[in-house]
Ligand binder design. Structure first.
Ligand SMILES: [Zn+2]
Length: 419
């Protein structure tokens, strides 16, 4: 992977871009009929000193669309922001996604204080890509309080994490003189929502990075409802094709219905025990796409499905294979010749350290970039907002969730630094 100094490569373009992209004050954005100014927000009874800064950063991030492949602009904004905050910044180019070959350069952003060292105590990381479609930033009118709701794509997954991580590190460094700024390094990656190519590129580059880069712990920002995750389920993604034989629907005995086989097989898989564990619960199964046949009066010769399982059993590297074997056995039971199972990728459940005083534990069912960061480190997974609204058309977060995250990230970073 190619790393480049951000100031040398990106900065001239960035200056021009950001000049045209200056964010509006909060008072002018999404306040229906409100004339409250940001300084009034800061003076609100429950407001921490960093509220305005936090909301301004999140607004800029959320207002910049960044679905997979389109992360150039938000990456450039982040580079500029971190440099203005006094960080040294490098960028790491990541090749365009296969289905978007002609996008502008996209890159991971790495930021630190002082000279770049080889060994860090903790890596603080999240992702800057979001799922489509873009949903503009909208903040509830009236005086801003902890209950104020902010809507927009990425508010929860995961620009809320990105903004609160940056604010937390800044806050910690400015208020705690015992923290060595050179113990912390920040990483914001592209591509988490699709193939994880951003984090995979970073992980691959660790081998030949100069100077080398190691870290004792990594704090991943994803929506965990402000709780500390003890781990997340694994995943398995497959396609299944059923091959039958076509015939007139009046004479089913002359054909072999691929749809019928597929329905019976999927039904069996839904009813099967695909494995469970005390920490992660049951493995769950989803037929996300189902298609087959050509017309109502034809016995269908071909059916296919795309399926995903959320894996609760087995080891990190191999848990998905346990589930794949169970699915394969069921397909064979239904018909030992008709099915082809093609599993493209997967991994087992990943545990994280949730044994930190002052945090409520949670286990989550979604995937993260943790499996893509292949190195020896202690993992933490924490972020503001709920996965239940992420990826939906009503994605939102509250000001209180964000501010709790700024406080909690500081606690978590301090804890990780002192291990
Ligand atoms: Zn995410």
């Amino acid at each position: 992977m190619h790393w480049a100094s951000a100031s040398a490569v990106v900065f001239p373009a960035l200056l021009a871009l950001c000049a045209g992209q200056q964010q509006q004050p909060l008072s002018e954005v999404g306040h229906s009929g409100s004339s409250a100014s940001t300084s009034q927000h800061a003076g609100a009874v429950d407001a921490p000193s960093y509220r305005d800064k936090l909301l301004e950063l999140l607004e800029a991030l959320v207002s910049t669309p960044s679905s997979n492949g389109e992360e150039n602009e938000v990456g450039q904004y982040l580079v500029d922001y971190l440099e203005q905050e006094g960080y040294q910044v490098d960028i790491q180019f990541v090749p365009p996604p296969k289905d978007h070959p002609n996008v502008k350069d996209r890159f991971n952003v790495l930021a630190w204080n002082g000279a770049r060292k080889s060994n860090y105590k903790t890596l603080v990381t999240s992702h800057i890509d979001v799922v489509p479609p873009h949903i503009p930033w909208e903040i509830e009118g009236g005086e801003i309080s902890k209950h104020t709701i902010i809507r927009g794509r990425g508010t929860t997954d995961a620009k809320g994490s990105v903004a609160t991580q940056i604010l937390a590190v800044n806050q910690l460094l400015s208020t705690n003189k015992h923290v060595n700024p050179e113990d912390i390094i920040l990483l914001f990656v592209v591509g988490e929502e699709t193939t994880g190519d951003g984090m995979k590129s970073f992980s691959d580059s660790l081998k030949n990075m100069s100077p080398p880069l190691t870290f004792e712990s990594a704090i991943f920002g994803e929506p965990t409802e402000n709780k500390l995750a003890c781990g997340h389920k694994g995943a398995l993604f497959c396609s299944v094709v059923a091959k039958g034989k076509d015939a007139h629907s009046g004479y089913p005995e002359l054909g072999k219905s691929a749809n019928e086989l597929m329905i019976r097989a999927m039904n069996k898989i839904y009813d099967a025990d695909l494995g469970s564990s005390p920490l992660f619960g049951n493995t769950t199964f989803n037929v996300g796409r189902f298609d087959g046949g050509v017309a109502a009066n034809v016995i269908p010769a071909r059916a296919f499905v795309d399926v995903a399982a959320r894996v609760a059993v087995g080891s990190e590297k191999d848990g998905q294979k346990v589930v794949q074997k169970k699915i394969s056995d069921i397909l064979n039971e239904v018909d030992d010749k008709a099915f082809t199972l093609d599993c493209t990728h997967g991994y087992g459940p990943y545990e994280c350290n949730c044994d930190v005083p002052g945090f409520e534990p949670i286990v989550v069912n979604y995937g993260t970039d943790i499996p893509n960061l292949d190195a020896d480190y202690v993992r933490y997974l924490y972020g503001p907002g709920s996965i239940l609204v992420a990826h939906g058309d009503h994605e939102y977060i509250t000001v209180g969730d964000l501010e709790k995250a700024v406080e909690d990230y500081q606690k978590l970073i301090l804890y990780a630094l002192n291990q």
